[in-house]
Design a protein around this ligand. Structure first.
Ligand SMILES: [Cu+2]
Length: 268
């Protein structure tokens, strides 16, 4: 499986074998298929509750999943406890949200959310239509008004961040393109520096990691290496499809609260 997967990656195709790292190239019309995924046979329509989406107002997003001929696809595997994972990022990747639309049946999901500012946002639906493999579908959305100036996406000089009283250090075994690699998040109490060992399962695993290329065009699916871990280390596997700058969000749960830790890395 792994050899097949790597050769698929080298041809820049879609790789979504479940349980392994997956990389989706989601340029519309440009998506190539791997044998494990039929992403090219699936389309998604994103509809917003208003044609003038405004910041800080409830917006309902409806996502319709269909085959190439417009027929509803209605069966989805539950992956990490959900039938759809839905990621929203601002164009500069400074805003990140990970939510779970409700499945209404007949290929239709809905979710109500808010966008924090005006500007462009990318929404990404991560799904596994039954028998068709994991895939993601995305769309840019414009929120009306004066957009704030974009923030630069700079690679982090030091891969240690403090979030919600937790000190999280990311290490990567070899930061290289086109190779399966391990990401390790080490989590300590930021004050006492004691390792945190009571992480709770989040979406059925020790944590959830999302990675996007700097331009938000490529969404990498990432899998936990040891789902049952509870800290201080949380290990994941992925493959960066090419050199460049990537943003990584690790999400973990302790004491019933989810915390999200962002990192920016440059893959040579
Ligand atoms: Cu999710």
């Amino acid at each position: 499986m792994k050899k097949v997967a790597i050769s698929i990656l080298l041809t820049a195709a879609l790789l979504t074998a479940c349980g392994k790292s997956g990389v989706s190239m989601d340029h519309s019309g440009m998506t190539k298929e791997a044998s494990s995924s039929q992403a090219g046979n699936v389309q998604a329509q994103f509809k917003l509750s208003s044609d003038k989406t405004l910041p800080n107002q409830d917006t309902t997003i409806t996502i319709k999943i269909q085959d190439k001929n417009g027929k509803a696809i209605d069966k989805f595997d539950t992956v990490h406890e959900k039938q759809m994972h839905f990621i929203i990022v601002s164009k500069d990747l400074s805003f990140f949200n990970h939510i779970h639309p409700d499945y209404k049946g007949n290929g239709e999901f809905t979710v109500t959310t808010q966008f924090p500012t005006a500007g462009e946002f990318k929404v990404i639906a991560d799904i596994t239509p039954t028998g068709m493999g994991a895939m993601n579908k995305s769309q840019w959305i414009t929120v009306q008004g004066n957009a704030p100036a974009p923030k630069a996406i700079e690679p982090d000089a030091i891969l240690t961040k403090v979030v919600d009283g937790k000190e999280v250090t990311l290490s990567v075994d070899h930061l290289m393109a086109n190779m399966e690699l391990n990401l390790n998040f080490n989590i300590k109490n930021a004050q006492s520096k004691q390792p945190i060992t009571d992480l709770q399962p989040y979406l059925g695993a020790v944590g959830h990691v999302v990675i996007l290329t700097q331009d938000a065009e490529n969404y990498l699916h990432v899998h936990p290496a040891d789902e049952k871990a509870s800290g201080p280390d949380a290990k994941f596997m992925t493959t960066f499809p090419h050199s460049g700058v990537y943003k990584i969000w690790g999400q973990f749960q302790q004491n019933g609260k989810v915390f999200t830790v962002p990192f920016v890395v440059k893959v040579p």
